[in-house]
Ligand binder design. Sequence first.
Ligand code: SAM
Length: 247
Amino acid sequence: MTAQQILILSNYLSQSFRNNVSILEVKNFKVKWCKENSIISEIMRSQLNDYLKAPILDIGAGLGDIAFNVFPNKVATLLDINEVTVKDYPLSINHTRITSDFFDYKPNQKFNTLLISHSLQFIDEDIYMLNSKIEKFDAKYILLVINDNFGFMKELLNWVNEKVDSSNPEIDIEGFPHNYSLEKKINFSATLACPTYELLAEQISYLMVVDYKTVKSELVSFLKERLKEPSFPINQSIKVFIRNGNK
Ligand SMILES: C[S@@+](CC[C@H](N)C(=O)[O-])C[C@H]1O[C@@H](n2cnc3c(N)ncnc32)[C@H](O)[C@@H]1O
């Protein structure tokens, strides 16, 4: 292999590592260590039903548990770059799973709502491309679930920015979504709790999309120094956006 080919391959690998998580990682985080999806689902069911207008496109749907538990009776498409099956999580008869990169997805139907729950970090590499893709859907509502990055998450972000060359944490993007206005913001907090600091460090590596092996020892020391136990709250919010001119 030539030096040029090695460079291209290494760029490709670091790019694909930074921009992807496996369904097993998603499952471990959501089912074992941070029960945020039950909180998100409860808020959506009780306070946001009016903004979940079918047909719904769930972008980076993961297991599809939010869709299954919040809007099983509404027509929805659950899109994910990874293949997800009923062996991973049940699917409502009103829902369809599609395996595709968001940017390659060209639907032949219109959606009234786009749901982006903890998946913005995987599609925000190029904000111009993201806004143009989102605008093409012309959906009335966008529901965005995102970390607010204050408290201990802020400390972690600073640590990762200082210590790690390649990371992809979830951060709010100014100017997104273009042509939409914020209608509502509901704050909540979910606890990430692991039995050991090593497991906590592994979950943080998943959250920030960093290579666990390379940060493990330093991150574990940092966590032991800063936390009394391997647990901390993740402050988050659900933001509802309405397309301009549609109020
Ligand atoms: C952190 S998980 C969130 C899953 C789910 N929305 C939730 O809140 O439980 C992010 C999901 O986005 C998916 N994803 C990453 N990049 C994607 C892309 N380019 N297109 C579609 N899905 C993508 C991942 O496979 C993963 O399932």
